[in-house]
Design a protein around this ligand. Structure first.
Ligand SMILES: CC(C)=CCC/C(C)=C/CC/C(C)=C/CC/C(C)=C/CC/C(C)=C/CC/C(C)=C/CC/C(C)=C/COP(=O)(O)OP(=O)(O)O
Ligand SMILES: O=P(O)(O)OC[C@@H](O)CO
Ligand SMILES: [Mg+2]
Length: 229
């Protein structure tokens, strides 16, 4: 199944490296969220990704793999998202890993099942920022310039503002969204209450809820209410 991301307001991001009971997974998958993204910045393997995919497949919710390592390119998802970290100082995370992957998989890839994501990572304390050596000292104009780069220059499908682990600057997110012409603005980071989910949903096209699934499931489920607003 191919997925249409244009109407997505809310998605959950599940980490194959973290434990989730069957009951919790069922509640996530039946919550009314628009999709489940599978990904993480460390500890993601082929086996734990296949295992999580098989468990999510019991439900009808669209299920997307966010590629983060060449070790875990798993077939069977509805779609894959391919991140490019636009503010990485280490080019390995802009084109390097991708080049290696395309040498391996280029001939058999179905590009209709892959969407590209232009990431800007803004929490300096996150694993993703450390791994990619992201330049996180950016203001709203810097981020808007990256938004135009993703949208117009590189024609990417998604511009993703990533504050993983902390709640970000919603004014900056709104300004980036307003320069986009075709890409969708995904916001993720620190959404740990319905109130923050509402603020983020006013600024971004799609909000991504991750860590709170593992720390406070009831609150995580409450964030789906932004879809009704
Ligand atoms: C038949 C068959 C197998 C076909 C395969 C077809 C196919 C889909 C091929 C794809 C091949 C390909 C091009 C693969 C690329 C793989 C790759 C290594 C891409 C690089 C990805 C990248 C830039 C990663 C950097 C880190 C990053 C941005 C990860 C995204 C997710 C993220 C930020 C998660 C946050 O995780 P979390 O754990 O919450 O983070 P913190 O700890 O920091 O809070
Ligand atoms: O885990 P949190 O902080 O909710 O962030 C969600 C997502 O953007 C992580 O890639
Ligand atoms: Mg996480």
């Amino acid at each position: 199944m191919k997925v249409d991301i244009s109407g997505w307001k809310h998605v959950f991001k599940l980490d194959p490296d973290k434990e989730l009971t069957d009951e919790a997974l069922e509640r996530i998958c039946l919550s009314g969220t628009d999709a489940v993204l599978v990904g993480g910045s460390s500890g993601v393997t082929f086996d734990n990704t296949v295992d999580l995919l098989a468990r999510i497949r019991r439900y009808e919710v669209p299920c997307v793999l966010e590629l983060s390592t060449r070790e875990a390119v798993v077939p069977g998802f509805d779609m894959s998202f391919l991140p490019v970290v636009l503010n990485a100082r280490d080019p390995e995370w802009i084109v390097g890993q991708h080049h290696k992957a395309l040498k391996e998989y280029g001939a058999i890839m179905d590009w209709d099942e892959l969407l590209t994501e232009g990431y800007v990572i803004l929490n300096p304390d996150s694993t993703a920022a450390r791994v990619t050596e992201a330049d996180t000292s950016l203001d709203a104009r810097d981020v808007a310039a990256y938004a135009r780069m993703a949208d117009r220059m590189l024609r990417m499908s998604i511009f993703y503002i990533e504050y993983s682990g902390t709640f970000g600057d919603m004014m900056l997110v709104r300004k980036a969204r307003d320069v986009l012409t075709q890409a969708r603005l995904f916001y993720g980071g620190g959404i740990d209450s319905l109130e923050k989910a509402e603020q983020a949903a006013e600024a971004a096209h799609t909000i991504v809820v991750g860590n709170v699934v593992y720390s406070d499931l009831e609150t995580a489920l409450s964030t789906v209410r932004v879809k009704r607003q």
